[in-house]
Write a protein that binds this ligand. Sequence first.
Ligand SMILES: NC(=O)c1ccc[n+]([C@@H]2O[C@H](COP(=O)([O-])OP(=O)(O)OC[C@H]3O[C@@H](n4cnc5c(N)ncnc54)[C@H](OP(=O)(O)O)[C@@H]3O)[C@@H](O)[C@H]2O)c1
Length: 262
Amino acid sequence: MVAKLVVVGGGRMGTALVGGLLRSGWAQPSELVVAEADDDRRRGLATELPGVGIEPGPVSAEGAVVAVKPGDAREACEALASVASCRTLSIMAGVSISRIESWLGTGVPVVRAMPNTPAVVGAGASAIAGGTAASENDMAWAESVLGAVGVVVRVAEGLLDGVTGLSGSGPAYVFMVAEALVEAGVLVGLPRTVSRALALQTILGSARLLSESGEEPEVLRAQVTSPGGTTAAGLRALEARAVRSAFIEAVAAAAERSRQLG
Ligand SMILES: NC(=O)c1ccc[n+]([C@@H]2O[C@H](COP(=O)([O-])OP(=O)(O)OC[C@H]3O[C@@H](n4cnc5c(N)ncnc54)[C@H](OP(=O)(O)O)[C@@H]3O)[C@@H](O)[C@H]2O)c1
């Protein structure tokens, strides 16, 4: 039987994607195959993903996702090309569409994506770019696959370094903010467990308010900043330390690094 989808690489991202596809009803377990080179990891996957086919290498399928580390890209793509010639979604950071096309063979539709780790909990942010043979249909297919683990936007391939700097590396920036807020809570006298609970819910709640209200961030910020109040005092301290500029520099530096690595 030809699988609906083969996911090459059963690591963190590959497994998260399969989990999302099953949860969303995109596929039944028997329609999915994970190709994983590592023996121990294959045994773990069999327990983690009951009913999903677990194989040591790629199998014939209607579509494929390549989710191995960039260093294994060529080997994984060539192994895939030897058994299937199907539309392929790559989530490998820094591996260009033209290289993937050269390994998979001419005419194979390739879509390249940059996802991020919140995909593991179904709250990822991915950007996709289409290769020379990718049709509207292939792009919609890639959107449906990554849509199972979060939000998907389309960009030109040249913008994927910028996407890497913003949403690819972005979770780390937010985790650093979380760490700092927890420490700050402890500094002003809160027990660590209380500080952690409040800091995390503040980040989560603010993100939900931003998303669900549809308001711009500056509008929501102004709403909680009364003249001469506590929030204004806190924001002044952030502005004095150029926090806004630090975030701008962080995204630009990560995008530049992505360009160098690519
Ligand atoms: N984590 C992120 O936030 C993130 C964001 C954007 C993009 N990505 C990209 O997503 C890709 C996967 O990341 P990850 O964090 O899921 O990596 P990972 O946990 O290391 O998973 C990769 C898995 O693929 C297996 N593998 C390697 N070569 C193979 C082959 N030829 N055939 C079958 N399986 C093979 C590896 O096995 P071995 O251990 O034996 O090598 C490993 O289990 C990377 O290219 C990364 O750049 C990740």
